[in-house]
Design a protein around this ligand. Structure first.
Ligand code: COD
Length: 157
């Protein structure tokens, strides 16, 4: 079975990476799909985000990195995937994620959303937290993969 793990990943964090690593034994293929959203003003370009995720997942054989635009379910259909993989951290995630899962079901009955609960130590971690800390000169080396930490350091210095 193929699973799509869609997201912004701006930037990818150790929380995302944990979800990717834990999904590997569950599916034949996992496609990490970075959304191209022209309305957002990201810290890193889609190309850079693909490079960052590719680098830190290179040890995982059945993981591919890609980008998409438009509806996630349409992308999933194109890839022959019937599962969307999502991570859950706190109660507020649950509300948002459940709404998204139900919306996606209305768009394509064939899609299922599978949730993985965050590993406890990453339950507070988000890309926004990383950007906020980095913006004010704090260290993010314990929050993101090493290659991403280097990119963030170059961006803000
Ligand atoms: N631990 C566990 N999980 C985590 C952690 C962590 N520390 N951090 C993030 N996650 C999970 C998030 O809960 C999420 O499930 C996933 O990782 C990706 O997170 P983000 O923040 O990088 O990505 P999102 O949530 O902004 O991605 C949103 C989408 C791009 C999937 C969504 O906007 C989308 O599908 N857009 C396309 C348009 C569409 O199809 N719309 C209809 C559906 S509403």
């Amino acid at each position: 079975m193929i699973a799509i793990y869609p997201g912004s990943f701006d930037p990818v964090t150790l929380g995302h990476l944990d979800i990717i690593e834990r999904s590997v034994p569950l599916f034949e293929r996992v496609i990490v799909a970075v959304l191209c959203n022209p309305h957002k003003n990201p810290l890193f370009s889609v190309e850079k985000r693909i490079e960052q995720i590719s680098y830190c997942t290179k040890h995982l054989k059945n993981v591919e990195i890609d980008s998409f635009s438009g509806l996630t379910v349409e992308y999933a259909r194109l890839k022959g995937a019937k599962v969307l993989l999502r991570g859950l951290r706190v109660l507020s995630d649950f509300e948002k994620e459940l709404q998204m899962a139900h919306t996606n079901k209305t768009l394509w009955e064939g899609i299922e959303t599978v949730f993985l609960a965050t590993t406890k130590e990453y339950s507070f971690l988000s890309s926004s937290v990383v950007k906020e800390i980095a913006q004010f000169g704090g260290s993010v080396t314990h929050l993101v993969p090493e290659n991403v930490s280097r990119d963030i350091y170059s961006y803000y210095s």
